[in-house]
Design a protein around this ligand. Structure first.
Ligand SMILES: C[S@@+](CC[C@H](N)C(=O)[O-])C[C@H]1O[C@@H](n2cnc3c(N)ncnc32)[C@H](O)[C@@H]1O
Length: 372
C-alpha cells in the first residue's frame, strides 16, 4: 500500500487539512518571535509530494503555507533575517527521488514568480529510516537547542514509529511542537500481541471494550501517562473515523499558546467537541430537533468540572482555570463562562483585578478566587 499512488481519501484530506491549519498557526508565531532563530520544519514521513491525481501532499502543503498570502512571509523572513530550514525525509528511495523532483519543480515555479533576489527558505531531502534520524547527534542537538524553533510532522503508517523513547525526546525538546498520525484501532485490536506490546506498555493501555470510538483518546492518554509529573506539557488528540476503523492525530506542545492554537484548529473541524470527525460525545446532529439549542456536551462537561474544582479549592486562580480548560481539550473561554456563572450567583470573590482574558494565557494577568 502506497498512499501517494492512490487518490487521497476524504479522511486523508481531513488529516492533511489539520496538518496545514496546524502549521498555519505555528509558523507566524515563530516568525514573529525575535528570540528564536533559525526555524526547523521537519516532515519525517514525507511521501512523494502528491497523490495519484496530483493533489499536494504534506511537503508541498507546508512549503505553500510558509510563503504566506502574497509571499508576505518570505518578505518577513528576509526583513527579520530569519533562517528557515525544511527537512523532508522519505525512506523509500524511489519516493524520495520523486519528492526531490516535485520540490525542485515547485521551487522553480515559485522563483519564476518571485521578486526577492534569492529564495529565503532552505530545503533538504533525506532518505533515512526515521529511527536513524531521531538517534542522530545532529538532530538531537537541534531538538535540544532552546534558541531554535521546531515543528515536527510525523505522518507515519500504522503505529510503530512513535515509541515511548521518541515521544519522550520530543516532549523534552524546548520550543518544539509536534503532530503525529497513529492507527489507533490496530493497537486496540492487537493489544495482546507482541506486534503491539513490543511498542506499548500493556498495563498503561486502558481500552474500553464498549467504546471503540474512544480508542484514539485512549492512545492519547497512554502518551500523556508518559509525561513526568514535573513537566508542564499539553497533549490533544483528534480522532478520524474511516469505516469501522479509528485513526487520529496527536499534537504536543510545551506552551499554552501552542495548545490554544491547535485547539482552535480542532474546534474549527469539529464544532461539537474539537476532537473528532465522528461525534464522540453524542451531540445532536444537524437536522435533528435539538441541534444547536443546547450547550455542547463536551463544553458542558468541562465547565461543570471546572466549577467542581473551584468548589473543592483545587482551582484557586484564573491561570489554573484557563489551563485546565485547554488540558481538557476546550478553548480557554470555557473557564470564563464557568467563573462568570459563579460570580453572577455571588458564590466567589475575586482577589486582584478581574479580567475576562481567555487567549494568550501566558500573558493573562492572574487573580485569585475565594469561595464565599
Ligand atoms: C502516510 S505516508 C506519508 C504521506 C505524506 N505525508 C503525504 O502527505 O503524502 C508515510 C510515508 O512514510 C514512509 N516511511 C515508512 N517507514 C518509514 C521510516 N521508517 N522512515 C521514514 N519514512 C518511512 C512511507 O514510504 C510513506 O511514504
Amino acid at each position: 500500500m502506497d498512499i501517494n499512488k492512490k487518490t487521497f481519501t476524504k479522511e486523508t484530506i481531513l488529516k492533511l487539512n489539520i496538518f496545514q491549519d496546524c502549521f498555519r498557526e505555528w509558523f507566524p508565531v515563530y516568525l514573529h518571535n525575535d528570540y528564536v532563530n533559525p526555524l526547523y520544519i521537519y516532515d519525517m514521513f514525507a511521501g512523494s509530494g502528491h497523490d495519484a491525481d496530483g493533489m499536494p501532499g504534506s511537503p508541498i502543503i507546508l512549503l505553500t503555507e510558509a510563503k504566506g498570502d502574497n509571499n508576505l512571509y518570505c518578505q518577513l523572513i528576509k526583513d527579520k533575517k530569519k533562517r528557515v530550514y525544511f527537512g523532508f525525509n522519505e525512506k523509500i528511495l524511489s519516493k524520495s527521488n520523486e519528492l526531490k523532483e516535485n520540490i525542485d519543480k515547485y521551487l522553480k515555479e515559485c522563483r519564476a514568480n518571485c521578486t526577492l533576489e534569492e529564495c529565503c527558505i532552505h530545503t533538504q531531502i533525506g532518505q533515512y529510516d526515521f529511527q536513524e534520524i531521531i538517534e542522530s547527534e545532529n538532530f538531537i542537538n537541534i531538538l535540544n537547542n532552546p534558541k531554535y524553533g521546531k515543528f515536527v510532522l510525523l505522518d507515519q503508517y500504522g503505529f510503530k514509529q512513535i515509541t515511548n523513547d521518541v515521544f519522550l525526546k520530543l516532549i523534552h525538546s524546548p520550543n518544539t511542537d509536534f503532530v503525529f498520525f497513529i492507527a489507533s484501532s490496530f493497537i486496540n485490536r492487537f493489544k495482546e500481541l507482541p506486534a503491539v506490546t513490543d511498542y506499548f506498555e500493556k498495563n498503561k493501555l486502558h481500552f474500553d471494550f464498549n467504546k471503540p470510538k474512544q480508542c484514539h483518546q485512549t492512545i492519547a492518554d497512554y502518551y500523556r501517562s508518559l509525561i513526568p509529573d514535573n513537566l508542564e506539557y499539553y497533549i490533544h488528540s483528534f480522532t478520524i473515523q474511516k469505516g469501522a476503523n479509528y485513526y487520529g492525530l496527536i499534537f504536543g506542545s510545551g506552551h499554552t499558546l501552542g495548545m490554544e492554537k491547535f485547539l482552535r484548529v480542532c474546534w474549527r473541524h469539529d464544532e461539537f467537541a474539537g476532537e473528532s470527525n465522528c461525534n464522540i460525545e453524542n451531540d445532536f446532529e444537524p437536522g435533528t430537533l435539538f441541534y444547536g439549542t443546547a450547550e455542547k456536551n463536551k463544553i458542558q462537561d468541562v465547565k461543570d468540572k471546572i466549577k467542581s474544582l473551584i468548589k473543592e479549592r483545587r482551582i484557586t486562580n484564573n491561570i489554573d482555570g484557563l489551563k485546565y480548560a485547554i488540558k481538557s481539550g476546550c478553548l480557554p473561554s470555557v473557564y470564563i463562562s464557568a467563573i462568570e456563572d459563579f460570580k453572577n450567583k455571588g458564590l466567589v470573590r475575586i482577589i486582584g483585578e478581574y479580567n475576562k482574558a481567555a487567549t494568550n494565557i501566558h500573558k493573562v494577568k492572574r487573580y485569585e478566587i475565594e469561595l464565599i
